[in-house]
Ligand binder design. Structure first.
Ligand SMILES: Nc1ncnc2c1ncn2[C@@H]1O[C@H](COP(=O)(O)OP(=O)(O)OP(=O)(O)O)[C@@H](O)[C@H]1O
Ligand SMILES: O=P(O)(O)OC[C@H]1O[C@H](OP(=O)(O)OP(=O)(O)O)[C@H](O)[C@@H]1O
Ligand SMILES: [Mg+2]
Length: 337
């Protein structure tokens, strides 16, 4: 096997919520990661042998890609937004990898009865006669949001479980990640409905200058994006096969166009079923349909004479060009960026 190119680095989460889901996502995309030694912070991705895979903390991934020491990274959009800095070289290659979904929220103690929305925080600070102490690991995003909403605030930096800060007494409220909301409830905190700073999920980022400097990284970017896009597009769809009587493929297509809600990606593929003796003509119809439309599709196909509907998962749907790769090339060629 080719040795990885040390200059083309992909950093993946080493721990926390994203670590396992990231490896499962890559494997499901057909890009499994092989870690020769479980204790080592390096690995290979046999499908893209040029890539040198590293493992880092999610925050450190955002920082390493920003600095250019790492070319590509998969981490949460929340940490990318917090750490990318002004006029940064971080470019978002894929903004929705469909795991690590969460929001960054302001949450207050449940018993703050008069605080139901963000503007109420300003009144609360006035009553207390001092800025509100906000515990967070996102000082930049939290500071900007609170300033925009004219809330007098003082940030309290905290590591570990922030949700205990108000009960212990070293902060008044928190700004942290929420997913199911269970951690907030366990700590008698309540999210403010208009206090959502950001919706996050796992994203693929790259360093613009590292890509410009090293054109050998472009085929790796292309392959990552091809597989990610084709896999994510396919995971929402099913391939449906059904046999149908009819005089001709065109006649069956007409019935489908007139009677069905679902027509497939471009249109149905219809091919003749060869029978041992020449009786009636049968045709096999193939369609790609959104998973959520399966029930409707089965009913539609039955109504127009379909029999024996088979539905199977789709692994990949490749478009002619991965749109996000084209967008990446445009971002690299933009002389103002
Ligand atoms: N409950 C959650 N559900 C879904 N995604 C989450 C959740 N909590 C965090 N994330 C995502 O995972 C990323 C890493 O968070 P996590 O708490 O796992 O990191 P960590 O490595 O434990 O960091 P730290 O040591 O600072 O706590 C976050 O930046 C966010 O994008
Ligand atoms: O809304 P929920 O579903 O309860 O999830 C939110 C919690 O998840 C994350 O912490 P995590 O559990 O990863 O632990 P950590 O504090 O050690 O990072 C985050 O920091 C919240 O505390
Ligand atoms: Mg954590």
């Amino acid at each position: 096997m080719t040795e990885p190119n040390p200059a083309i680095r992909l950093s993946l989460p080493s721990k926390g919520r994203l670590a396992e889901d990231c490896l499962s996502f890559l494997a499901a995309c057909g890009l499994p990661v092989y870690k020769p030694n479980p204790r080592q912070y390096e690995a290979v991705l046999p499908a893209i042998p040029d890539l040198h895979v590293l493992f880092q903390r999610p925050v450190d991934i955002a920082v390493s890609v920003r600095d250019g020491s790492v070319t590509f990274g998969i981490t949460g959009r929340d940490v990318v937004e917090e750490f990318k800095g002004e006029n940064s070289d971080v470019i978002l290659l894929h903004n929705a990898l469909n795991f690590g979904g969460c929001t960054l929220n302001l949450a207050v103690p449940e018993d703050w009865q008069n605080v139901l929305c963000v503007p109420d925080l300003t009144d609360r600070a006035r009553q207390l006669g001092r800025p509100l102490r906000v515990a967070t690991k996102y000082p930049s995003l939290a500071g900007r949001f609170l300033a925009q909403h004219n809330v007098p605030y003082q940030l309290v930096h905290a590591e570990g479980t922030l949700e205990t800060a108000p009960a212990i007494g070293y902060a008044d409220l928190i700004c942290d990640i929420v997913s199911s909301g269970q951690t907030l409830r366990d700590n008698r905190l309540r999210p403010l409905p208009d206090g959502v700073l950001l919706t996050s999920q796992a994203v693929l980022i790259a360093n613009r200058e590292a890509l410009r400097r090293n054109p050998a990284a472009l085929p790796a970017a292309r392959q990552l994006l091809e597989y990610f896009e084709a896999y994510l597009r396919a995971s929402d769809n099913l391939a449906v096969f059904v046999n149908m009587r009819g005089d001709s493929p065109e006649a069956i297509a007409q019935r489908i166009f007139q009677e069905c809600h679902i027509h497939g990606l471009q249109g149905p593929t219809i091919s003749r079923v060869i029978l041992p003796q020449d009786s009636q003509s049968w045709y096999a119809v193939n369609l790609i349909v959104p998973r959520r439309d399966l029930f409707q599709t089965i009913q539609d196909l039955r109504r127009i004479g379909g029999s024996g509907v088979v539905a199977v998962p789709v692994t990949y749907i490749f478009e002619e060009e991965p749109p996000r790769y084209t967008a990446m090339l445009a971002a690299l060629n933009d002389p103002n960026a």
